[in-house]
Design a protein. Structure first.
Length: 128
């Protein structure tokens, strides 16, 4: 069985050759620590913004509109196969809060379609 070739450590400025890992033994713990700090920063930023959007989605006006919309649209508008579980914004609430309660900006989706659309669209706000 062929052996993988040696590659330089991914740490900037390090020329130690490694096989099978990205970092040499000296830089691996530093890289892991750097990654943890980056994760904490991202999570902190996300959680700071989350209270704002969670407040809207817990509001009585949104809950009533969401339930009513799903009663009018009982089947997923994306796949037309499953029952709708969620009311989704076509243009996301985070980027278009003025369209939060606009009937024309809503769509009823099943959970799998909602998750797949969210992964593809991200925060672009375009219809898939």
């Amino acid at each position: 069985m062929p052996v993988r070739p040696l590659k330089p450590c991914a740490w900037a400025g390090c020329s130690t050759l490694v096989r099978g890992d990205y970092y040499c033994p000296r830089h691996a713990p530093l890289a892991a620590e750097k990654q943890q700090i980056a994760k904490r920063t991202v999570h902190k930023r996300y959680n700071e913004r989350r209270d704002e959007s969670d407040g809207f989605y817990k509001a009585e006006r949104w809950r009533r509109l969401s339930i009513y919309y799903r009663k009018k649209h009982p089947v997923c508008e994306h796949c037309d196969n499953a029952a709708s579980d969620l009311t989704d914004h076509i243009k996301p609430y985070k980027t278009h809060p003025e369209l939060a309660l606009d009937w024309d900006n809503l769509r009823a989706l099943c959970r799998p379609c909602h998750n797949s659309i969210g992964e593809r669209v991200g925060l672009l706000g375009s219809r898939p």
